[in-house]
Design a protein around this ligand. Structure first.
Ligand SMILES: Nc1ncnc2c1ncn2[C@@H]1O[C@H](COP(=O)(O)OP(=O)(O)OP(=O)(O)O)[C@@H](O)[C@H]1O
Ligand SMILES: [Mg+2]
Length: 344
């Protein structure tokens, strides 16, 4: 095949042998002084697979991504990516990965196109291939029209899309997305996901992403739930939820304490009591709920029944919520302040 012909074709991303993991970690650990931020993490990502690291603030998600992208050295353990060791072969690793960091790393004074050209230069993309690749990526993320405007005039969603395009310019085997949609509105989040899923399908790339948005984790084929540096559960979203073994029932009664005791004694369920009422999991809820309500010795003021979510899985495993409204607001403020250069 001559050069001209190869250029006119769709890029052939460096695809590892199908089925073999692109990334495999073995008891990866990272300590900062006395703090163990990542503890014995075992992860695998295969071609065409989206794997999610889901966990609350400080769980160790970014630290894991930073080790895998050679920005931090593991304290112990190891990881192989595209056949290379992350500590022994950092240069080769960097050629095989695309990273979208938690915080934007675009140069606001440059245009979108100039940011992409700069990336091609750093990654030594062969000169004749630079313009065709840049054009292709701009089309893919719908930024052709805005390409010659300075990035400082872009919206949050446009910046993220430009970062995704940039992360892909050197045709990585695996893409790391650290909180790719934090601070973005739900519609833009959905658009970003459309791009990521299309990329995975078209190029067979592997994706390792972090998030603390439950609904985003649903895009992953496999999820590792992380808490305090450790992976506490792993599986497909459906598989993890099926372990909840029942429907989630929420009750507000005239006497929650009495109802809790009665439920635990008569129905063998573990009930958590909050200000807003009682929560518990009832196996085969649709079949048993009517019978339960009919025999409950106190009046019910409010009732809701729903399928379990990943939030429930986390709550069951840790006794805590992965995220509450205040931390959501805090995160958005933190992100917006960082973008304005007020926070480091
Ligand atoms: N360079 C560092 N020096 C010391 N401690 C660090 C450093 N980087 C991270 N940590 C600590 O390691 C822990 C894990 O941090 P990390 O950034 O990996 O969490 P995260 O899961 O990405 O959280 P978030 O959802 O807030 O992004 C935290 O307690 C954090 O304070
Ligand atoms: Mg992080």
């Amino acid at each position: 095949m001559d050069k001209q012909e190869s250029r006119s074709q769709k890029p052939t991303f460096d695809k590892p042998i199908l089925g073999e993991p692109i990334l495999k970690t073995d008891k990866l650990c990272k300590s900062f002084g006395a703090l163990t931020a990542v503890k014995n993490v075992n992860l695998e990502v295969r071609p065409g697979q989206i794997v999610g690291l889901l966990g609350p603030n400080g769980a160790g998600k970014s630290t894991t991504i930073k080790m895998l992208s050679t920005l931090l050295k593991p304290t112990s353990g190891s990881a192989r990516l595209a056949g290379y060791d992350i500590v022994k072969n950092p240069f080769q690793i960097r050629q095989h990965i695309g990273i979208i960091f938690q915080d934007s790393t675009l140069d606001n004074r440059l245009t979108g196109r100039e940011n992409l050209e700069f990336h091609c230069m750093i990654y030594k993309v062969p000169r004749p291939e630079r313009q065709p690749r840049i054009e292709e990526m701009l089309v893919m993320v719908d930024l052709t029209e805005a390409a010659d405007r300075p990035v400082k005039t872009y919206s949050g969603g446009m910046r993220r899309r430009l970062e995704i395009a940039r992360g892909l310019l050197h045709h990585p085997s695996i893409l790391f997305l650290d909180e790719p949609t934090v601070g973005l509105d739900p519609q833009t989040r959905a658009t970003i996901w459309t791009y990521v899923e299309r990329l995975v399908q078209e190029y067979g790339m592997g994706v390792l992403m972090t998030t603390h948005y439950m609904e985003e984790a649903e895009h992953c084929q496999n999820i590792a739930i992380m808490d305090q540096g450790t992976i506490i559960a792993e599986g497909s979203p459906a598989g993890l939820k099926s372990e909840m073994d029942g429907d989630r029932i929420h009750l507000l009664t005239e006497n929650d304490a009495k109802a809790k005791t009665w439920l635990e004694e008569n129905w063998d369920v573990t009930v958590s009591q909050g200000k807003e009422g009682l929560d518990f999991t009832l196996p085969q809820g649709e079949t048993h709920l009517a019978q339960l309500l009919a025999s409950l010795p106190v009046a019910v003021h409010r009732l809701s029944v729903r399928q379990p979510t990943l939030e429930d899985v986390f709550l069951k495993l840790t006794g805590r919520r992965i995220r509450n409204e205040e931390s959501g607001t805090h995160e958005r403020l933190k992100f917006s302040a960082r973008r304005k250069g007020r926070l480091k």
